[in-house]
Design a protein around this ligand. Structure first.
Ligand SMILES: Cc1cc2nc3c(=O)[nH]c(=O)nc-3n(C[C@H](O)[C@H](O)[C@H](O)COP(=O)(O)OP(=O)(O)OC[C@H]3O[C@@H](n4cnc5c(N)ncnc54)[C@H](O)[C@@H]3O)c2cc1C
Length: 430
């Protein structure tokens, strides 16, 4: 007994030493164990996903409409609010935001996107706006629990998807009136046209390509900002996607995110041939990639869990189908891939939150892996359910449809590979 207590003390001393720097200050220990706060938020979001989102999933997928009552429920419990997103973001490990997204999208991805779609607009305002702009516009993206509102982030255009430098929507400054005049067409905007606040990426100087872009707020009910065609989709059908038309749309000078002085400084630097610090659309996408990866993980985990339970129940040839190695190995690999993707998502989220540069495009890695895993896992889940998996009576068919967008939006899988290969090689891979 005496020996073991000496050994314990020594081990503790070694640990203490390992956890302190040469000047004696304590460094945080590496740990993948979630804190109590993280677990509480995870369980809270999971409870909502299980009790409210999942039971409504099939209905809103069929209706292909924005599930306003579910968003209202989310607002009532405080999940659909800037306070919640702010609280998730405040976690210094960076993990709470992906954890919350994984849980919500485990419930259902279409409804999840209807609830989280606003976050992209909020991220742009948060990342590029002044404190006054944040205070004015972020609350208007959410509204109140009694009168919920949405935000939309509009970068893509019919001829500018992967290649954002092709953005044609223009923003011209009318100095006499201190107003910006926007003209152009945005495509595939989540919440486009039904949002209270639209964030529009427009070109202020086409010759500069994506370095000549800026982000603008379009306040509620602004003349000249109209919804175009609503898109009918393969998956994520409870989330509204539409074109947005900007036709001589005038907004006050104060709607330029970050302000005119900052924009002029940046453009002057670019024109002098110096490097611009940021590009309006890219900045928003880079920060949001691990979160988007976490959404894909939620779908994958839901499909895996469903397939596992099914395989343990379903009998063919006088035994549970899970007793066949091919099924069991598939399930093992599904679990393995999901966990591997989660580690990449958590790493990127931690790096992003703690200001570490994505030297090897770790944000892109996380989104690429999670998106591909979600498509593969949900397809395998259909296979494990056999004929049932292919029907709308079982949710894995919807999950598979929902998963596919994760290899397309916020940068396709090919574009993520491009970003990673450029980062690791230093070459301008095309
Ligand atoms: C449901 C949904 C919601 C969306 N929400 C939003 C939103 O809220 N806001 C927004 O701004 N946009 C949104 N988008 C748009 C989305 O970001 C784009 O669809 C995406 O960036 C891909 O652009 P694209 O569709 O024009 O494809 P393209 O760029 O035309 O790509 C077509 C194919 O070519 C490949 N490709 C292109 N260039 C290269 C290259 N250099 N090397 C190798 N392969 C290449 C692509 O990987 C892809 O496989 C949404 C789209 C959908 C479907």
């Amino acid at each position: 007994m005496a020996d073991s207590s000496v050994a314990d003390v020594d081990a503790q001393a070694l640990l203490d030493e390992a956890n302190s720097t040469s000047n004696g200050s304590a460094e945080p220990k590496f740990s993948l164990e979630l804190s109590q706060d993280q677990k509480d938020i995870r369980d809270w979001v999971h409870g909502f996903a299980e009790g409210v989102v999942r039971p409504a999933a099939a209905e809103w997928d069929e209706r292909e409409e924005t599930p306003w009552p579910v968003i209202e429920e989310a607002a009532k419990i405080g999940l659909y609010s800037f306070e919640a997103v702010g609280q998730f973001w405040a976690d210094e490990t960076g993990l709470t935001l992906p954890i919350a997204n994984e849980e919500l999208f485990w419930g259902d991805a279409g409804i999840g996107m209807a609830i989280m779609g606003t976050t992209l607009a909020v991220a742009a305002i948060f990342g590029q706006g002044t404190p006054e702009q944040m205070g004015e516009w972020i609350p208007q993206c959410y509204g109140t629990p009694d009168d919920v509102k949405l935000g939309a982030f509009c970068a893509s255009e019919p001829d500018a998807g992967s290649d954002v430098s092709g953005i044609r929507t223009s923003a011209k400054y009318d100095e006499a009136k201190d107003e910006w005049v926007l003209n152009g067409q945005k495509a595939w905007a989540t919440n486009g046209g039904i949002a209270n606040v639209h964030v529009i990426i427009a070109s202020v100087d086409r010759e500069l390509g994506s370095r000549g872009h800026a982000a603008f707020i379009i306040p509620p009910n602004t003349k000249g900002c109209e919804q175009g065609a609503k898109v009918k989709k393969h998956g994520l059908r409870a989330s509204h996607t539409a074109d947005v038309h900007l036709d001589d749309c005038r907004v006050p000078g104060s709607c330029l995110l970050g302000g005119k002085e900052k924009l002029d400084e940046r453009l002057a630097r670019v024109r002098e041939g110096k490097k611009a610090k940021s590009q309006a659309a890219m900045q928003t996408f880079e920060a949001s990639r691990p979160t988007v990866g976490a959404q894909a993980l939620g779908i994958a985990r839901a499909a895996y869990e469903y397939a596992l339970d099914y395989a343990k129940e379903r009998e063919q040839f006088g035994k549970k189908i899970v007793e066949n190695q091919s099924i069991a190995f598939d399930l093992a690999n599904m679990k393995l891939e999901i966990d591997a993707a989660r580690l990449l998502v958590w790493r990127a989220a931690w790096m992003g939150r703690n200001g570490h540069k994505f030297e090897n495009a770790e944000g892109s890695m996380s989104k690429l892996k999670a998106g591909e895993v979600a498509v593969w896992v949900t397809e395998r889940a259909i296979q494990i359910l056999g004929g049932n998996g292919y029907t709308r009576e079982f949710p894995v068919e919807r999950m598979h449809r929902d998963s596919k967008i994760y290899t397309i939006f916020e940068g396709t899988s090919e574009i993520q590979q491009l970003v990673i290969s450029r980062a690791i090689s230093g070459f301008h891979i095309k």
